[in-house]
Design a protein around this ligand. Structure first.
Ligand code: ATP
Ligand code: MG
Length: 498
């Protein structure tokens, strides 16, 4: 069947003239935009950002200058089948430039806050998955660096390899290093920063704040006991913990209460107390003692020594020093640090932030982390954050527990509730499962199979966009995770090189 002839591109000399005029106009507009961005970000960001800022300008991205109009005379049938993505519009003309559409859809700009405002996404969370070394972290890092230029902040909620440290330091952020032998001490019972509004949007009251802090502390304490005694709390233990917390807060004040205060209180129950309750007090005190012993000594048993400055552009929690610690110690650290960081970051008054869960499978098999992430996914819009969970494959979500278990259901909800799914190249064995879960077509599966480093299929609602993340020269130096392996640099040498 003969289709209708359609022409794509610029054919007539007249058209070419207007194309040149358009190009000149765009160049002028970009210059103006750059001037404005520099003025805005220069005022907000520290000096260290300027190198990245300079390299990040649209004109410096190689592909921007290589647009050559192509002419095709094709039937609409051929067009629709040969270039399915050409016909799709760009997701947005607003936001940070992350790269280019792989099938001719032009520059790819991304700003989840704008997309939400425009009704194009209904959830402020994304899952990024892909095989080892395909460029997932580089995408997350370049996204963070470019978001910073638009005034958004960054929080790296977990960084078990310490690979974000150079990035956070380059933008003048603070890196909190926790682990045996590190200086940082964190009081997991810190109340955090009081937000001006409650989750229902009403102004925060004293009673509302008190109840929010208490609930966060009880959740953390229950989690710690769960990790230490490997079972859920009995009802007497629950009452004992609740009494001990209230009594310690009353005695030491909500700003100063520490875990050892609570342990001391549990250690000396009233002799006239009901024997069952007395037993629960003592059992809890022995269990919680572990948080100040052995490889955890000095980490959570005193006032916080690190300075969390919410006005800084970036913060990361580097737990790479824990690589040799026991699984139990890691889980305790994750619970304490996660609860603390979240209290600091999830505050709607703290500005809009990208929250990255790097190597997210570490969090997925911890019930406490998972519970916090589920809440964070649900309240992301209220907190003003955009969550990005980085994992290798969908199967990582099953690390949470057997199918049908509470943990597994929570992990699967992170995927279901993510408005954006970014798929980097996947191993063949993963493709069928992926296609089923994300509703990918055969053509999209073929694309995922053939993606190269730095390229990804973005599913935004039911639409797909194929995007190549383009790194600037400055970013390539900063983000090169291969260099450590190839050149065998130690951390200090790597930092010098970067
Ligand atoms: N878009 C890109 N352009 C050029 N180089 C890239 C790009 N994306 C990633 N790389 C390079 O590929 C290497 C691996 O990238 P990256 O660490 O981001 O992969 P990953 O998927 O996070 O790996 P892992 O699964 O081990 O965490 C890095 O050295 C990085 O510089
Ligand atoms: Mg990575």
């Amino acid at each position: 069947m003969v289709g209708i002839k359609t022409v794509v591109g610029i054919q007539e000399p007249e058209d070419r003239k207007s194309f040149r005029a358009l190009k000149a106009f765009l160049k002028k507009q970009r210059k103006q935009e750059r001037k404005e961005t520099e003025q805005q970000s220069g005022a907000q960001l520290p000096e260290a950002v300027s190198v990245i800022k300079e390299a990040n300008q649209p004109e410096n991205l190689a592909f921007m200058g290589r647009f050559v109009p192509q002419m095709f005379a094709l039937s609409t049938f051929t067009l629709a089948t040969a270039f399915p993505f050409v016909s799709g519009p760009q997701i947005s003309t607003k936001g940070s430039l992350l790269g280019k559409g792989m099938y001719g859809s032009g520059p790819f700009r991304f700003d989840p806050w704008e997309l939400y405002k425009d009704g194009k996404i209904s959830s402020m969370s994304a899952v990024l998955l892909g095989a080892v070394g395909e460029g997932k972290s580089s995408l997350a890092k370049s996204m963070a660096l470019r978001f910073l230029l638009h005034g958004y902040k960054l929080a790296v909620m977990t960084d078990s390899k310490g690979e974000w440290t150079v990035v956070v330091q380059a933008v003048g952020g603070s890196v909190i290093e926790v682990g045996p032998g590190r200086d940082a001490r964190i009081n997991p019972l810190d109340p955090g920063t009081r937000p001006s509004r409650m989750t229902n949007g009403e102004p925060m009251t004293d009673a509302g704040w008190k109840s929010m802090v208490r609930s966060r502390r009880m959740t953390l304490l229950k989690t710690l006991v769960g990790i230490l005694v490997l079972r859920d709390l009995q009802s007497t233990e629950h009452s004992a913990l609740s009494h001990a917390l209230d009594a310690s807060v009353e005695k030491y004040g909500t700003e100063h209460v520490l875990l050892p205060h609570l342990v001391d209180f549990l250690r000396s129950p009233d002799p006239d107390m009901d024997p069952e309750l007395r037993k629960a007090y003592l059992n809890l005190s022995y269990a919680l003692d572990r948080t100040k012993e052995g490889d955890l000594a000095g980490m959570f048993d005193g006032p916080t020594t690190v300075d969390f400055d919410a006005s800084k552009p970036a913060v990361s929690v580097d737990t790479s020093a824990l690589s040799g610690a026991s699984a139990e110690a890691k889980r305790i650290v994750n619970a304490c640090v996660g609860s603390w960081v979240e209290a600091m970051v999830t505050n709607p008054d703290g500005g809009q932030r990208l929250c990255v869960y790097e190597e997210g499978w570490d969090n997925i098999n911890s019930e406490a982390d998972l519970e916090r992430m589920v809440v964070s996914w649900k309240l992301a819009r209220h907190y003003g954050i955009f969550n990005l969970l980085v994992i290798h494959k969908l199967g990582d979500l099953n690390l949470a527990g057997d199918s049908g278990s509470r943990m597994n259901t929570m992990a699967q909800s992170l995927l279901a509730d993510a408005g954006i799914k970014i798929v980097y190249r996947q191993d063949e064995s993963e493709l069928k499962h992926l296609a089923d879960k994300l509703g990918l077509s055969q053509r999209e599966c073929d694309i995922v199979r053939s993606l190269k480093k730095g390229q990804g299929l973005w599913r935004i609602n039911q639409d797909s966009y194929c995007v190549e993340n383009i790194l600037t020269a400055a970013e390539k130096d900063l983000l090169n995770t291969d260099a450590r392996i190839v050149e065998g640099l130690d951390d200090e040498e790597w930092e010098d090189a970067a």
